[in-house]
Design a protein around this ligand. Structure first.
Ligand code: HPA
Length: 274
């Protein structure tokens, strides 16, 4: 059986309007998805089983705020030893179903001094400091052009739609530049100072490869970082994964509400164009 047939079989022919990727500790958002059928991501061709605590590694097909959504609950990371092709494989498979919008979420450390743990940040742009590209290697035309434009990765229209929901609900929504490092160690204070000089407002270990793959195909991307902690050196407390997860569980409630209300608005606002 070829990959496309296998993907269609795993997804039961589901055609989502949007794909939502849930990061560290944000799995609770998935409970808002209605009438969901669940499959392991590892059922997709070439996708290994996830190992990090807080990352479920499931696919949910259902509705959120009345719209058909496919949720990748949990993702793979470079720090697990997977390459950029493997960490983006599940997403690439599901993009073949033709979604009009991709929403990427993550937990991130706050670099911008005004930001507070527990707040949400819309990603306005990114710094790819992963040291590679998910598009490197032989060119697959399914991935889009060989040299894709990255000047409008993060949909302005989708951001505006989410901001309108946040304003109505009185939710603080920050906006800034997300820098991706490979991890798994958190940054040193010197690295955080460097990232601030480079223009980063938040730092994490994911999301950018998925954004590159999606934008290269011309699909609009919305990114939301849950600021789980102040980046190293800003606060004097050492960083712990357990705290990142705990903060995520609290913010997941607000994020779930925003997604449930904002999804339809963002899909309609983008009209499927980046
Ligand atoms: N640095 C990198 N990744 C992270 C952080 C951080 O401070 N918090 C959550 N993910």
């Amino acid at each position: 059986m070829d990959d496309k047939t296998r993907v269609r079989e795993v997804l039961g022919g589901f055609q989502p309007e949007a794909v939502l990727v849930l990061g560290s500790g944000l799995g609770a958002v998935a409970s808002r998805v209605q009438d969901a059928c669940v499959q392991p991501q590892a059922a997709l061709p070439g996708v290994p089983v996830a190992a990090v605590s807080g990352h479920g590694g499931e696919i949910l097909c259902g509705t959120l705020g009345g719209r058909r959504v496919l949720v990748l609950s949990g993702r793979l990371h470079l720090y697990e030893g997977h390459n950029l092709g493997v960490v983006t494989r599940a997403l690439r498979h599901v993009l073949s179903t033709g979604p009009r919008l991709v929403i990427l979420t993550n937990a991130a450390g706050a670099i911008q001094r005004d930001f507070r743990p527990g707040e949400l940040m819309l990603i306005a742009d990114h710094l790819n400091l992963s040291g590679g590209s998910p598009l490197e290697g032989a060119h697959d035309p399914a991935d889009g052009p060989r040299f894709p434009d990255m000047s409008n990765v993060w949909s302005v229209a989708a951001r505006r739609a989410f901001r309108s929901v946040a304003d109505e609900r009185g939710v603080t929504l920050r906006e800034g530049v997300y820098a991706m490092l490979r991890g798994p160690q958190y940054e040193t204070p010197a690295e955080v100072r460097m990232l601030r000089l480079l223009g980063a407002d938040a730092v994490g270990m994911s999301t950018v490869p998925e954004a590159i793959v999606t934008a290269a195909r011309g699909i609009p991307v919305l990114g939301i970082s849950m600021l789980s902690n102040l980046a190293a050196g800003i606060s004097r407390v050492p960083l712990r994964h357990e705290e990142v997860l705990a903060e995520g569980q609290k913010a997941a409630h607000v994020l779930g509400m925003l997604l449930e209300t904002g999804l339809a608005r963002a899909i309609d606002a983008t009209g499927g164009r980046a």
